[in-house]
Design a protein around this ligand. Sequence first.
Ligand SMILES: C[S@@+](CC[C@H](N)C(=O)[O-])C[C@H]1O[C@@H](n2cnc3c(N)ncnc32)[C@H](O)[C@@H]1O
Length: 221
Amino acid sequence: MIGKDALRAAKPYTPTFLALYDPWVIRLSNRSAWRCPAEIMLAAYNKHLGHRHLEVGPGSGWYLVNAQRPAESLITLMDLNPAPLSHTRKRLHSKGCQVRTVTGNVLDPVPDSAGTGFDSIGLNFVMHCVPGSFAQKGVAFTHLARVLADDGTLFGATILNQRPRTLFGRALSATYTRAGAFNNADDNCTGLESTLRAAFAYVELTDVGDVTMFTTRYPIR
Ligand SMILES: C[S@@+](CC[C@H](N)C(=O)[O-])C[C@H]1O[C@@H](n2cnc3c(N)ncnc32)[C@H](O)[C@@H]1O
């Protein structure tokens, strides 16, 4: 059964919010609240996107739409909320991409209908939404490691619980936490790193502003 806090965290991504997502989150908040311009995370997509890619929590789909995608790639989108799935599917279809969508909770095993053996998995700005400390929500990495190819890469970014440096970041963090959209009060670097290391033999973490980016390889079976 999906917990009510997980549903509450995914609920804000309505068609109306998704229409505003790119100017508000991608352009303004990433740079001015979290001090990590979207182009830095886009570079990770450009580097790691494989032929068979699973994107968990696509939001508006901005990164996938703007990334340099391998020719004839197949992109699978997974989200707890169907609105980001249809929003991103439409945008990617208009670029001629092959897209599949699966409704799923990252805290549960990836549904069989999503498939397995992905060359890459993107998990960008999802873990700070998901409820629980890493001791609980870190199970997501184990579920995703199971569907990553032996030579695949899982990459993404999250905002840990350190106090954002900017006033704008602190105001956004407090507002999103009150609304149940942010659940990162117990998220620290030790918890993130140890749960990633339990699921992958190679883990690299990089801090940019208030954002922690991660790249992992060699899923532990
Ligand atoms: C902050 S948005 C991130 C969007 C995009 N990846 C980005 O980096 O801008 C969070 C996304 O994760 C999805 N999400 C939240 N909780 C989830 C869960 N438990 N399982 C799967 N998706 C979830 C939301 O519906 C939304 O699409």
